[in-house]
Ligand binder design. Structure first.
Ligand SMILES: [Cu+2]
Length: 195
């Protein structure tokens, strides 16, 4: 087996002048490094996370809203590697007069409903809470400044145990999907919250 690999390696090496072989290796090295660097850069630009006590708040984000919308949604994943459950109990942001945590569900007739969770969202010990389109989400009510694509806005999250942490919400493009929360404001049933 080893002999075969050695023979193969020699055959490959012999087919290139040594100097050229080295330079290809170097070029591959530089290319590899560049790709890794670009990948790392893009990860930094796309993802952002925050810590509060044991909790890690991963990539808070929102969507740009259509003109005249009175509400916007917010999403993130909150991971809890700790041994105690915690709870997201309060959210504030300068873009909105009031922020609620909502649970979204679809009944057996396919009707989508939202309900505010008075006690916030639990983040189980050793688990996570996912706030994502179609599920739990933040609802920014009484919008003062609509979220604009590409412009982050600040928010303050308060957890029962981990305390308060300042985060920034990245704003993505307006969404088109039917189950999506981007057009929450027009979806009916929610408009009442805004006024
Ligand atoms: Cu909602």
């Amino acid at each position: 087996m080893n002999t075969q690999i050695n023979t193969l390696a020699r055959a490959v090496a012999d087919s290139f002048p040594l100097s050229r072989f080295r330079s290809i290796e170097e070029r591959l090295g530089i290319l590899g490094f560049t790709l890794m660097f670009l990948f790392a850069m893009s990860q930094t630009l796309l993802a952002h996370d925050y810590k509060a006590g044991d909790l890690v708040i991963d990539h808070p984000w929102s969507r740009a809203t259509p003109p005249g919308a009175k509400v916007a949604a917010g999403y993130m994943v909150i991971r809890n590697p700790g041994t105690q459950a915690d709870r997201l109990v309060k959210i504030e942001s300068e873009i909105s007069g009031k922020v609620e945590v909502h649970e979204m569900s679809v009944d057996d007739k396919g009707v989508m409903t939202m309900r505010p969770l008075a006690d916030g969202v639990e983040i189980p010990a050793g688990g996570e809470a996912k706030l994502e389109p179609g599920s739990y989400h933040l609802m920014f009510l009484e919008l003062k400044q609509p979220p604009k694509e590409g412009v982050k806005f600040p928010g303050t999250l308060t957890f029962e145990k981990a305390g308060t942490v300042e985060v920034e919400f990245a704003v993505e493009a307006m969404g088109g999907g039917g189950h999506d929360h981007g057009n929450h404001g027009e979806a009916g049933g929610h408009e009442g919250h805004g006024g």
